[in-house]
Design a protein around this ligand. Structure first.
Ligand code: ZN
Length: 299
């Protein structure tokens, strides 16, 4: 009898506390795990706060954060329980940090292979050059010593996707510039019903990205101009990959907090995360979405 009374009491407290996701007409929230913790050049603490804020403001996501030990500290205890989440977001922003324990690598591979979602944000594609399965998941990456032995350069030339096996280093960007992000695959759920192009605020325009580049859908590109230190090609900015039963979304955008204020960045990140987690997209295009010739940033 005491247990029953306690149960009723707890149920009353829960309802009063606003656990509305239990009601039938509201979808269950997507459980996000952001991983951050090591970077030599990026403000990962700042961007984690931005991400948590924009995810939770939608009402569609709940967010936990797993922070790795600092560089050269004992990594053996870093074992997040990936299985508790729908999608993992790598906020590594140039993770040139330490490897995880083998057990964590294995659990991560299992999570994605069996259908978990993964989001690779900006410099997360700098990480883990030597981890074969990670590179299969992300499609292409840069820096960390990457070269022709890691796979072809991936870009778009005259509208056609090119896998270019030329030798050379992987990963480059010129000085920060504003640039147009243009949809390449308009019928993909992440891009559907978004305007076909938006002007992104001043950011690093990644180019010369290379990797296994298998099972890759290029969602959107940006022209990397030679007079701005680029390649002259349309470089992939947003990508979707399959890995086993899992879905992976990669955005090359968003160097730091300032760049993450772009509404185009935020909208595609939210939609990409939702797609990776559920294979569907319900996040709408907001009224303040940037146009092809005017940026839009939120405070
Ligand atoms: Zn950067």
């Amino acid at each position: 009898m005491r247990i029953t009374t306690l149960s009723i009491l707890l149920a009353t407290v829960c309802l009063a506390g606003g656990f509305t996701q239990l009601s039938a007409d509201e979808p269950v929230k997507i459980k996000v795990l952001i991983i951050d913790g090591q970077s030599d050049a990026h403000d990962w603490k700042g961007t984690t706060l931005v991400f948590k804020d924009i995810y939770e403001k939608t009402g569609r996501f709940v967010v936990d954060v797993a922070t790795t030990p600092a560089p050269r500290q004992d990594m053996s205890g870093f074992k997040p329980d990936f299985a508790k989440y729908d999608v993992i977001v790598m906020n590594f922003t140039n993770y040139t940090g330490d490897r995880w324990p083998k057990e964590t690598d294995d659990a991560f591979e299992k999570f994605v292979r069996e259908g978990g979602g993964l989001v690779i944000y900006h410099g997360a594609n700098n990480a883990f050059r030597e981890w074969k399965e990670f590179n299969e998941m992300i499609g292409v990456g840069g820096w960390g010593g990457r070269n022709e032995s890691d796979g072809p350069y991936l870009y778009v030339k005259d509208g056609e996707i090119v896998r270019d096996t030329s030798p050379g280093p992987g990963g480059h960007h010129g000085p920060q510039v504003e640039f147009v992000v243009k949809t390449y695959t308009p019928d993909h759920p992440i891009m559907k019903r978004l305007p076909e192009a938006f002007l992104h605020c001043k950011d690093e325009l990644y180019c010369k990205m290379r990797g296994p580049a298998k099972n890759v859908t290029i969602l959107a590109t940006a022209l990397s101009k030679t007079n701005e230190g680029g390649t002259g090609y349309d470089e992939p900015m947003l990508l979707a990959m399959d890995y086993g039963k899992g879905r992976v979304f990669q955005t090359m955008l968003g160097h730091a907090v300032e760049q993450c204020k772009c509404v185009g960045f935020q909208t595609t990140l939210l939609r990409g995360t939702e797609w990776a987690a559920t294979n569907e997209v319900t996040i709408p295009c907001p009224d303040d979405y940037p146009t092809a010739d005017k940026t839009s940033v939120r405070p």
